[in-house]
Design a protein around this ligand. Structure first.
Ligand code: F6P
Length: 340
C-alpha cells in the first residue's frame, strides 16, 4: 500500500516524530511506501508531493515544526475531492494520513465521507481535543512557558514589579493552567473563567503585601468579566477565526492603573510552538504515527488515533470533532486556592 502524509493547521512540536514513526513502522512491518504532501491540504489537491522514505525521515524526531510544511487551507479551495482523487491516482496513493487539529480533521472527515481512505492523527498545542487524553506538543509548550515564567520571576523580583505572561490557548486554558501552576503564578486567567479587575487586583496586592513580585498568567482567549469577546485587534485567520494575542498588555495596564504597582507584559506567542519537542512529546507522537499505520493496514478508514490513559487506541473521526476539552471548574478552583 502507498500512503500520503499531510500536516495541516498550525504547526506543533512532535509532527516530525509522527511522520518518522509512521514511515519506519509502515516500511518495516507492512512493506508500505510513502509520499509527503507539501504545505497542508493544498498539496493534496494540487499534487505538491515529495518522496518520504526511511532515508528522508532520518533523525527528524527531535526537529520542531514539520518537514512537509503546513497551511490553513482546505482542498475545496483547489478543486475538492475530485482534485484529491486525481492526485492520488497520479501518484498511486491508496490512503491519506492526516495530522492536524479540528480544522484538518474536519477536512479529513469530509474526504472520508466522499469515499477517500483517510486516517487521522490529532494535533493541538492547546490540548483541547476531548477524544484524546493528551496531544503531543502540549508538554513542550508548557515546558517552554514555564521556563519563560521562571525567568520573568527573577527580573520581576529584582525590580519589585508585577509580571504578566501571555500564553496560547484560544478556547481552553490548559497551557496557562499547567505552566502557571508549575511556575507558582499568583493568578491564572483562562478562557473558561471570566474574572473581574477587583478579584485580580486582590490577588496581585496580596502577593505584593507578602513581599513577592506578582506573576500573572493569562491565556490569549481570556475574556474579562463584562467583555463580550476575547481581545483581538489583528483581523481573522485563514479559517475566519479572530486572530488573538495582546490581552497581556491590557491586563498589565489595568493592574498598574488599579494597584500602582509597576507592571510589564510578555507575550510568549509562537515561541511556545517552535523548537525541540520534549521526550514525552516525541514518544507520544511516535506512538501515534505507528498506531495510525496499524489502522491503515487494518483499513479502519475514518478513524483517528487517541491516547486513553497510557494506551494508544482509536476513535471515530466524528467523535474527534465533538466537544472540545475545557478546563473544568474543579481544576480551576484547585489552582485558584493558591492564587494571591
Ligand atoms: O490553535 C493553536 C493556536 O496555537 C492558538 O492557540 C492560536 O490562537 C493560534 O494557533 C495561532 O496560530 P497562527 O498564528 O499560526 O495562525
Amino acid at each position: 500500500m502507498r500512503i500520503g502524509i499531510v500536516t495541516g493547521g498550525g504547526d506543533c512540536p512532535g509532527l516530525n516524530a509522527v511522520i518518522r514513526g509512521a514511515v519506519l513502522h509502515g516500511e518495516e512491518t507492512y512493506g508500505q511506501s510513502f509520499i509527503g504532501y507539501r504545505g497542508g491540504w493544498r498539496g493534496t489537491a494540487v499534487g505538491d508531493v515529495v518522496p518520504l522514505t526511511r532515508q528522508d525521515v532520518r533523525g527528524i524526531s527531535k526537529l520542531g515544526g514539520t518537514i512537509l510544511g503546513t497551511s490553513r487551507t482546505n482542498p475545496w479551495e483547489f478543486g475538492g475531492e475530485d482534485a484529491v482523487r486525481a492526485v492520488m491516482r497520479e501518484h498511486r496513493i491508496d490512503a491519506i494520513l492526516a495530522i492536524g487539529g479540528d480544522g484538518t480533521l474536519a477536512v479529513a472527515r469530509r474526504l472520508h465521507d466522499a469515499g477517500i481512505h483517510v486516517i487521522g492523527v490529532p494535533k493541538t498545542v492547546d490540548n483541547d481535543l476531548n477524544a484524546t487524553d493528551m496531544t503531543f506538543g502540549f508538554d513542550t509548550a508548557v515546558s517552554i512557558a514555564t521556563e519563560a515564567m521562571d525567568r520573568l520571576r527573577t527580573t520581576g523580583d529584582s525590580h519589585a514589579r508585577c509580571m504578566v505572561a501571555e500564553v496560547m490557548g484560544r478556547h481552553a486554558g490548559w497551557i496557562a493552567l499547567h505552566s502557571g501552576m508549575a511556575a507558582g503564578a499568583h493568578a491564572i486567567l483562562i478562557p473558561e473563567r471570566r474574572t473581574g479587575m477587583d478579584e485580580l487586583a486582590g490577588w496581585v496586592q496580596s502577593a505584593r503585601d507578602r513581599g513577592r513580585a506578582p506573576l500573572v498568567v493569562v491565556a490569549e482567549g481570556f475574556v474579562f468579566d463584562g467583555d463580550e469577546t476575547a481581545h483581538s485587534t489583528k483581523g481573522n485567520d485563514a479559517f475566519g477565526r479572530p486572530r488573538l494575542g495582546g490581552i497581556g498588555e491590557r491586563v498589565a495596564a489595568l493592574i498598574e492603573q488599579r494597584t500602582g504597582i509597576e507592571t510589564r507584559a510578555t507575550l510568549l506567542g509562537h515561541i511556545q510552538r517552535g523548537g525541540v519537542p520534549t521526550a514525552f512529546d516525541r514518544v507520544l507522537a511516535t506512538r501515534f504515527g505507528m498506531r495510525a499505520i496499524d489502522l491503515v493496514s487494518a483499513q479502519a478508514w475514518g478513524r483517528m488515533v487517541a491516547l486513553h490513559g497510557t494506551d494508544v487506541d482509536d476513535v471515530d473521526l466524528d467523535e474527534a470533532l465533538g466537544d472540545s476539552k475545557r478546563v473544568s471548574e474543579a481544576r480551576y478552583l484547585e489552582a485558584a486556592q493558591l492564587f494571591g
